[in-house]
Design a protein around this ligand. Structure first.
Ligand code: IMP
Ligand code: MG
Length: 179
């Protein structure tokens, strides 16, 4: 697995420090409020759990699973595979995502969730690839801006592998084969 990694783009300690900073900003911005965190499965799972451990507010946590990707190419069509179990009406909502790439997934989530009348709705993403954007999305909290490279680790996968790497790494071309 690690032999497929060309380069470590963001180390475990860099992730750790930045996640604490993001949580600090959220703690400050939402002081005295209850925040409803929506994790976008599966890529969010490590980021969300590390982030939530640093949040000092009252929280709700729920998950959605949407799909737009297969392999390394975005298909452009977003579908809901798993929906929320709880209502977000009147709640302060933060969507927690692993990476914003084309923006299609977040655009879909913002449109879909805003029809449910949350009190506020923001995006928190660990990674942001602005050069790949097809649709503009407002990102309130962004961990790292990264170049147009396919990355894995810390929740992010390639064909369901590499999610358990504790860092963000760039995959070798030789490890990328469309199946
Ligand atoms: P978007 O809809 O193109 O913004 O893509 C969002 C989703 O595609 C993310 O939530 C990821 O699951 C996946 N994705 C985009 N770029 C990468 C990458 O470099 N590595 C792994 N997954 C990615
Ligand atoms: Mg994702």
């Amino acid at each position: 697995m690690t032999q497929d990694i060309k380069e470590i783009l963001i180390s475990q300690s860099q992730i750790d420090a930045r996640v604490k900073e993001l949580a600090g900003e959220i703690n400050k911005d939402y002081k005295g409020k209850c925040v409803f965190f929506i994790g976008v499965l599966k890529g969010c799972f490590l980021f969300l759990s590390d982030l939530l451990k640093e949040i000092k507010l009252d929280t709700n946590v729920d998950f959605m699973m949407v799909s737009s990707y297969s392999g390394t190419q975005s298909s452009g069509v977003v579908r809901t595979l798993l929906d929320l179990k709880q209502s977000i009406e009147g709640k302060h909502v933060i969507i927690v995502e692993d990476i914003v790439d084309s923006g299609l997934t977040m655009n879909y989530m913002l449109k879909n969730l805003s029809t449910r009348n949350p009190k506020s709705l923001e995006i928190c993403t660990l990674l942001n690839k602005p050069s790949c954007r097809k649709i503009k999305v407002p990102i309130k909290y962004s961990g790292f801006e990264i170049p147009d490279k396919f990355v894995v680790g810390y929740g992010l996968d390639y064909n369901e592998i590499y999610r358990n790497l504790p860092y963000i790494g760039v995959l070798k071309e030789s490890a990328i084969k469309e199946r």
